[in-house]
Design a protein around this ligand. Structure first.
Ligand code: COA
Length: 157
């Protein structure tokens, strides 16, 4: 892998927004007719500016040797609640690697950093949600130890 994984800073929020915009277009935009593809552009700057400052959030960027962003990962901690009192979950909210840098280990490096952060933050499990049709992401997650737990079913009306 010819990349380095760093924590995003307030100054790198535009790179997070750009990667999230591409993820929306490639993933939700192809698989969910209701997805608002304008959300990252409209709400992303404020949303990610807030996240990079929160201790319960992880905002990672993968940088190429020239310093350009070639991937991102967002993680959150979901604290125990009355329904699941023992569960503290590290939630992998989103991740993406630029297509020309895929299958070189960048996604694995991002995920490894997320696992370490989740453990250090007190999580005792990790979770991620992906579209059932996103077979390459599901394959990637299975390879990182994730297995199906709940399944959400949809039907058109
Ligand atoms: C999913 C994604 C982040 C993986 O990143 P990556 O940098 O390609 O991952 P790696 O190079 O670390 O690959 C790790 C493993 O995943 C496998 N993998 C990666 N892309 C794959 C694909 N398209 N199909 C099948 N397996 C794939 C690799 O073969 C490798 O397997 P191994 O561990 O058995 O060797 C990347 O493909 C991506 O950005 N996809 C588009 C955005 C997306 O769908 N994000 C997830 C939304 S839930």
């Amino acid at each position: 892998m010819n990349a380095v994984v760093v924590r995003a800073t307030p100054e790198s929020v535009p790179q997070l927004v750009a990667s999230a915009t591409s993820l929306f277009a490639e993933d939700g935009g192809q698989r969910d007719p209701w997805m608002d593809l304008t959300w990252p552009h409209r709400e992303g700057p404020a949303y990610y500016s807030d996240l990079v400052r929160q201790s319960d959030s992880l905002c990672l960027l993968a940088l190429s040797p020239t310093g350009s962003a070639i991937g991102h990962l967002i993680g959150r901690i979901r604290r125990a609640d009355p329904l699941r009192p023992g569960a503290v979950a590290g939630v992998l909210e989103s991740m993406r690697v630029e297509s020309e840098h895929r299958a070189t280990g960048v996604g694995t490096a991002l995920a490894d950093e997320f696992f370490a952060w989740a453990r250090e933050s007190g999580a005792n499990q990790v979770s991620v949600t992906a579209y059932a049709a996103n077979e390459s992401a599901l394959s990637f997650y299975r390879g990182r130890g994730f297995t199906p737990f709940e399944v959400t079913l949809h039907a058109p009306l």
